[in-house]
Design a protein around this ligand. Structure first.
Ligand SMILES: [Zn+2]
Ligand SMILES: [Zn+2]
Length: 749
């Protein structure tokens, strides 16, 4: 017997990254599937839906929205309220009734989707081999947006009017390209050209074929990507790699490698299921994983290799046209300047580095570097938060006040808090470079404009270091200012990710350098407290002298001179097996002894440098953290060993017994691998000892030192679920701005 169903109506509000990701056509298709009538449109705070149907169908419809959203969407909330039945005859997509407001989240850039890839390689498709193919599930977003709302006239595609065919797809709600703002084809859209020695030689398909040939022949080719140019060369061609290092002034810092596909990636690195998922995820970061063999010159003295999969149609096409399956893909810049993203800048700055340029005709609105992540003991660990991540909300803070946190000077990134949502910028770089500082200022202006925040209304948060470029710039901005101590910000960044404002924790912040409460160089700090109540310094690494101050970070031997000054009966370290370079070591020891240009420090980063020097890393570090990574690399080669004694007495982690034992063991001829492993165990041990003397609580660890996965493994084995570390923003200084914002949000009224 037929039972007449009762029609009811509901209003659904969907929050999160739901605009510009094909959400409305998705809702439209679901409505048809479940026989729902009503409408959907983009509102100020997300997607609004009016749905009418029988109760069971409505429930299934709402559930399906949450369970199978479009791949690029990130649903943060679904609110459902009862509504009046208006007897709609069908379901429709309505034009946005209001302008999209500032709290609508902007989608990060997306890798090309499978459906577009199939069309890209289908000779019968009208976008066959078209390097800018995209749809609502894929393609550029953040890197082409000039303003909100996210509509074509507000993107760098505004100068490319759609042809009839593209326009028909754009306006068809049943089409995968409905309202895909960067939609284009070879007839109406941008293409690529190949420039060699100042003149354009080829265009479109021919340009890509010739570029692939140049890569095969060992040339260095600059290729425009989503958020900037890459410098590419054959990763298996040692001569090409050496030439790239030479021309880029990049001595030893590892290069990232792009693999043609997962199979090629698996041949060169060890990937477990989590790493494979991360590698192929919609974020497509560079994933650090254990290398199966050494590619000459790619990552010297490093057990890990940074690898990523192709993510733009252009990259896929280069491989299809015969580019080597493993390509070095490094940010196009000299040394550690910001990545070049405009054509003129790339042609200018890369002159003499690249042999040829693949110039894409779609403009990039802002630079967005590749992100770097790895699978770590406590979950995903992000080392560089950029493409695929930015400008997503990384946390929700309990504040209504707009906040701008400007981060620290190294690995700078800024965080803007609007309506409680914390948006962390893409990686900006080291502000000592003028071009990075310019990018820092531009990013602040860009984010404030995008989220329609007036600078006068913003609470400005900066590091406590009075001479940081970021601090000095913050002080020139209007509004109220507040300083947050570096290591407290590290600890708060972890708690902000977890929205733990009142939980009393033990906070361990270990890094290279940060300005302490007393003006000295901190970096081995243990706090107790909570974000709301504040963090009290409960213990720290014993103070050592650091001759040359921050410059000592580049010379492990110089840090060693300061730390070893406190060790009795020290042998001649310029002799075997230590062989410290005599002039630098003696000079630094002299400075330390006379307390000239010498600064007190409690930096664990410099303790790592000291141990690196004792184990043989006596040359200059060519990038931040190099010596510490080298020590971790050694330790990985050892089996399990007992920890050196690293006692915690009177709230001080005393390094003297530890360093004395290492000196003794080196002279005795113990393997450096074992010494490095026993050193790692000692650090984990010291943290656990310090925790034992404090209340049993969650142990929060953050700071650059905790990018060391061996150390994290040792801690996780002992602390278990009580160990909290960063999984959303970097544990290095790239995550500082979130912690600054969190402390300001909770403590400044
Ligand atoms: Zn697509
Ligand atoms: Zn077209």
């Amino acid at each position: 017997m037929l039972r007449e169903s009762v029609v009811i109506a509901r209003r659904l509000h969907i929050g999160g990254v739901v605009q510009g990701v094909g959400f409305r056509p998705f809702v439209f298709r679901l409505a048809r599937e479940f026989h729902i009538r009503g409408w959907v449109y983009n509102g100020e705070r997300g997607v609004e839906i009016h749905a009418e149907g029988d109760a069971g169908a409505l429930e299934a419809f709402a559930r399906a929205i949450g369970e199978r959203p479009p791949p690029a969407a990130r649903i943060a909330s679904i609110e459902s309220t009862a509504s009046q039945v208006e007897d709609f005859a069908e379901f429709e997509i309505r034009a946005s009734e209001k302008q999209a407001g500032p709290t609508v989240r902007i989608s990060p850039d997306l890798p090309v989707c499978d459906a577009c890839l199939r069309e890209l390689f289908d000779p019968h498709d009208r976008r066959f081999q078209y390097p800018y193919i995209n749809c609502t599930d894929c393609g550029p977003r953040y890197s082409i947006i000039l303003g909100l709302p996210y509509d074509r006239p507000n993107t760098t595609m505004r100068d490319w009017p759609m042809c009839e065919d593209c326009s028909a797809e754009y306006h068809d709600p049943g089409n995968r390209r409905f309202h895909a703002q960067p939609l284009a084809c070879a007839v109406c859209g941008p293409n690529v050209r190949l420039q060699v020695a100042g003149s354009v030689r080829y265009r479109a398909t021919e340009a890509m074929q010739q570029a692939a040939r140049l890569l095969r022949d060992g040339s260095i080719v600059a290729v425009k990507g989503l958020g900037g140019y890459h410098l590419a060369c054959d990763a298996r061609n040692a001569r090409a790699v050496a030439a790239l290092r030479e021309r880029k002034y990049r001595k030893e810092r590892p290069f990232a490698v792009m693999a043609r596909d997962l199979e090629a990636a698996r041949e060169c690195v060890v990937l477990d299921a989590d790493a494979i998922a991360l590698l192929g995820s919609i974020r497509r970061p560079i994933v650090l994983a254990e290398a199966r063999f050494e590619l000459a010159g790619i990552a010297p003295d490093n057990r890990e290799l940074g690898i990523m999969l192709a993510y733009t149609p252009l990259q896929h096409l280069l491989y299809a046209f015969g580019a080597p399956e493993l390509l070095v893909m490094t940010s196009a810049n000299r040394s550690s300047e910001p990545i070049a993203y405009t054509d003129t800048d790339a042609l200018d700055r890369l002159d003499g580095i690249a042999d040829a340029f693949v110039i894409g005709e779609r403009e990039i609105a802002r630079r967005v570097d590749d992100s770097v992540a790895r699978v770590a003991p406590a979950g995903m660990s992000v080392l560089r938060h950029s493409r695929g991540f930015a400008p997503e909300a990384v946390a929700t803070l309990p504040t209504k006040h707009p906040i701008l946190a400007v981060g620290a000077d190294l690995k700078n990134a800024v965080t803007l808090v609007v309506s409680g949502e914390a948006f962390s910028s893409q990686h900006i770089g080291d502000l000592e470079h003028f071009s990075a500082f310019e990018a820092f200022r531009a990013t602040i202006a860009d984010m404030c404009a995008m989220y329609e925040v007036r600078m006068e209304d913003v609470l400005i948060v900066h590091d406590a270091h009075p001479e940081y470029a970021s601090t000095l710039h913050a002080l020139t901005l209007p509004g109220k200012h507040v300083a947050v101590q570096h290591h407290r910000a590290h600890v708060a960044s972890v708690l902000a990710e977890r929205a733990q404002w009142d939980e009393p924790v033990i906070g361990v912040a270990f890094d290279g350098t940060g300005y302490g409460d007393d003006g000295s160089i901190w970096g081995g700090e243990i706090f107790t407290g909570s974000v709301r109540a504040g963090f009290r310094r409960a213990a720290h690494l014993r103070i050592a002298a650091l001759p040359g101050g921050d410059a000592a970070a580049r010379f492990p031997v110089q840090a060693a001179a300061g730390f070893l000054e406190q060790i009795d009966e020290l042998p001649d370290l310029t002799a075997a097996p230590f062989a410290f370079p005599a002039a630098r070591y003696r000079g630094a020891s002299e400075l330390a002894r006379k307390r000239v240009r010498t600064f007190p420090t409690s930096s664990i980063g410099r303790l790592f440098d000291t141990v690196a020097a004792l184990l043989g890393f006596t040359r200059e570090s060519t990038f931040e953290g190099q010596a510490a990574m080298w020590v971790e690399h050694l330790a990985r080669s050892s089996g399990p060993v007992a920890a050196y004694s690293f006692p915690v007495r009177n709230a001080e982690l005393d390094f003297r017994p530890l360093l004395a034992a290492i000196v003794r063991d080196r002279i005795r001829g113990r393997s450096v691998d074992e010494i490095a492993a026993a050193f790692h165990a000692a650090i984990a041990d010291a943290i656990c000892q310090a925790c034992d003397t404090l209340e049993p609580r969650h142990v929060v660890v953050s700071g650059g030192v905790f990018q060391n996965t061996l150390l994290l493994e040792l801690l996780a084995a002992r602390i278990g679920d009580r160990l909290w570390t960063n999984t959303v923003v970097p544990a290095n200084d790239g995550g500082i701005s979130l912690g600054q914002a969190a402390i300001a949000a909770l403590t400044v009224s």
